[in-house]
Design a protein around this ligand. Structure first.
Ligand code: PMP
Length: 398
């Protein structure tokens, strides 16, 4: 029956951990994992999540009617993304369903796009999270790319980005990272977002925001939603994927939401019914425990404040680690500029190392990262294993 099934190509991100685990060197170092870790390299359970879990009784989980929990959760998510006082929320002009985290949210949207715009394409930034390509491919939607990152300046290629948006056929779908772009850590600033929104209006493009890192760019949840708020203010209809993997550390619980802003409430009802139908045939419905945890935090003023504090703590720590890495490299008397390390935001440092250099690091120094040179910022990285040995080598190459 299955003789024709060949080994699937390795996933570029999960395969890094596999290679790391099979390395026997005591000096090995994994900079590939896309998850926040504490000083000991362990996953972090946020205190707000711990308290929310204590607050939710077992009966509540068992008794909660799925429909109520779900619609409450979606309402909470859209308020977080679109703003507490957003017209969209007030007028019920959105359709949303809980999703299996950010990945599931993207996948649901891709399926929805295929169903209602079967010949459309999705424009993805160059580069982007590798799974975006796979998600839209598996949903049978063709993908194209638009220019985003400039390897020379290690910043945004704004003019090229604007040209690609201008030159795309009108009414195209675009995926945008609203904050902490993965893998580059490079985001447009406020004025640039305004210009992007303006050109989207002219071209009548549809923006789909994949927000996997709300709070993780600036440490401020509201500020990280600026891009979405600008587009809403400009009257766009848009889609949004949300994830609580990073911002609440709920990686394994797979908690997320996909929502679509509609023209009116009637359209929202129709869109929601279609999203629900896609979910129904895929996995019927999502689990309730994760959404209950999130809603408990978002609706309790103390827990919400604690969450905001904890997010800020994580981001301040990431910034401190970036400063240390930059200083360490500068102290090696490099003439190259390392400013981009502290200019980039979020959990990753996009190093600009070539695939050959990444391979060499793995082979000769037991240091693991994704093939695009993305490094997860981690504490003591410079002191551990052979990275210390490697840094002078890196400096001399720049
Ligand atoms: N979108 C982007 C841009 C991401 O970086 C990630 C996580 N790496 C996701 C979506 C999905 O993550 P999750 O499914 O854990 O929410």
């Amino acid at each position: 029956w299955w003789d024709h099934v060949l080994l699937a190509p390795k996933d570029p991100i999960t395969s890094v951990t596999e290679a790391f685990l099979s390395d026997q060197s005591p000096f090995k170092l994994n900079l590939g994992v896309g998850a926040y870790r504490d000083d000991k390299g362990k996953p972090v359970i946020l205190e707000c999540v711990r308290r929310a879990a204590e607050k939710i009784s077992c009966c509540e989980i068992l008794e909660s009617t799925k429909a109520t929990t779900k619609s409450k959760f979606v309402q909470d998510c859209v308020k977080l993304a679109y703003g507490n006082h957003s017209n969209v929320v007030g007028e019920g002009r959105f359709a949303g369903v809980p999703a299996l985290s950010g990945t599931g949210a993207c996948r649901l949207f891709a399926e929805f796009q295929k169903r209602f715009y079967p010949d459309s394409q999705m424009f993805l930034p160059m580069p982007t999270w590798s799974n975006h390509h796979d998600i839209w491919r598996d949903s049978q939607v063709c993908t194209r790319t638009y220019r985003y990152y400039d390897p020379n300046s290690k910043g945004l290629q704004f003019q090229a980005l604007m040209n690609d948006i201008k030159n795309a056929p009108g009414r195209s779908f675009f995926l945008l990272h609203p904050c902490a772009h993965n893998p580059t850590g490079v985001d447009p600033n406020y004025e640039q977002w305004k210009e992007i929104s303006h050109i989207f209006k002219i071209k009548n493009h549809f923006p789909f925001f994949d927000m996997a890192y709300q709070g993780i760019a600036s440490g401020d949840l509201e500020r990280d939603a600026t891009a979405i708020r600008i587009f809403l203010e400009d009257g766009h209809l848009l889609g949004c994927a949300q994830s609580f993997s990073k911002s609440m550390g709920l990686y394994g619980h797979r908690v997320g939401c996909v929502s679509i802003v509609s023209r009116d409430e009637k359209q929202a009802t129709a869109i929601k019914s279609q999203l629900q139908q896609i979910v129904r045939a895929m996995y019927s419905s999502s689990p309730v425990h994760g959404p209950l945890l999130v809603s408990t935090i978002l609706n309790d003023a103390d827990l919400k404040a604690l969450w905001e504090e904890e997010v800020k703590f994580m981001v301040d720590r990431l910034i401190r680690m970036r400063i240390t890495l930059r200083r360490t490299l500068e102290e090696l008397n490099s003439s190259a500029s390392w400013e981009h390390i502290t200019k980039q935001v979020g959990m990753f440092y996009f190093s600009g190392l070539s695939p050959e250099e990444v391979h060499q690091l793995q082979r000769d120094f037991h240091i693991y990262m994704t093939i695009d040179g993305r490094i997860r910022v981690r504490r003591n990285g410079c002191k551990i294993g052979s990275l210390r040995e490697y840094l002078p080598h890196l400096v001399s190459k720049q």
